[in-house]
Design a protein around this ligand. Sequence first.
Ligand code: ADP
Length: 401
Amino acid sequence: MTSVLVINSGSSSIKYQLFDMDEGTVLASGAAERIGEAESLLRHRLHRGTETNEHRQQCCIADHREGLVQIGTLLRDSGALTDLSQLAAIGHRVVHGGEHFREPVLIDAGVVDRIRDMIPLAPLHNPANLTGIEVALQQAPETPQVAVFDTAFHQSIPEPAWRYALPDRLYREQRVRRYGFHGTSHAYVARQAAAMLGKPLESTQLITLHLGNGASAAAIAGGKSIDTSMGMTPLEGLVMGTRCGDLDPAIPFYLARTTAMEYDEIESLLNRDSGLRGICGANDMREVHRLADAGDEQARLALEMYSYRIKKYIGAYYAALGTVDAVVFTGGIGENDARLRAQCCGGLEALGIELDTGKNTTGSGAFAIHNTTSRVRLLVIPTNEELEIARQAMYCIRHRG
Ligand code: ADP
């Protein structure tokens, strides 16, 4: 059996999925959470056919090293794996690959150094991703390990789209440019969408909308990203759960001048207390709907703002692409929220975007929601970033290892 372990190492958690790549199935999944706290949590699921056995355990996990040791023990004890050395590869999610990493890469000491170099660009994410890599390299030194970057898919964006209109030296000396994120998800749903349309990816034009807690749009021409809404950081673009998205860049300076807020407080405000939460107090979309249904005007406004921003990006990316075969909805909101999808598509008939209300509210899994006269196809496709990381890891060891 060819098995690949995918690791997503965050600041206080390690999430994992073990895949059987021959069958394309998940053998086991889980997470070590609240690492470093007094009461940590281990969740482990063993999948056998249609059966799932879940194991939950409260314990103390001092650090990522201990977390990964415990995960290895659970994988062995549950019979999912005899040893980490049995894996064909370990795939690691890494948030920021800067300009250097345009594709997944086999990890060696040089790659670790490069990922460390990117820490100033992703100070919250890359250190945690690196810890996961370092611990896994110690635990399974013989297993090929591959880094898969959230930014890599967007490295195909042409320069006029990735540049900010700032002095050139800021790009050359400080690496200030648009990078984009959620690349693994946009790449995965683009491939799925082309298959659903029955067209080669190389001749398919797509607007993909990843709407989860974070949210981003991408314009994809022939399988390559040509623009995306997140920028140098994930703060730019769409309205998100707690992030503001697009903003007049003068606002932080105005706030610094007119309030007692320090710059890091303003940064935190824009990242953690804005977006849906800032407008109506709730960042979970289900709660926003609940409030709006109960007559909360702020929640209704939040929904209008959220969908209006998406419409603006659909219009912009339509212009960037010239022709559009399909608009794809994915992420927790994109996959599940029929009302929000309807709000995003409403009034776009002149662009050839026509929703079928019945299909929109009744479909499940991957399904089409356009009506019979719509020139543009509208698709809902569940994302699967872990499977995409596993596939890319296999591709990397087979073709570049
Ligand atoms: P993450 O970006 O953390 O991976 P997800 O992709 O899981 O997040 O998306 C989380 C968002 O999806 C939350 O705002 C949640 O409210 C929303 N969501 C999940 N299920 C539904 C649903 N049935 N209807 C509306 N929103 C939903």
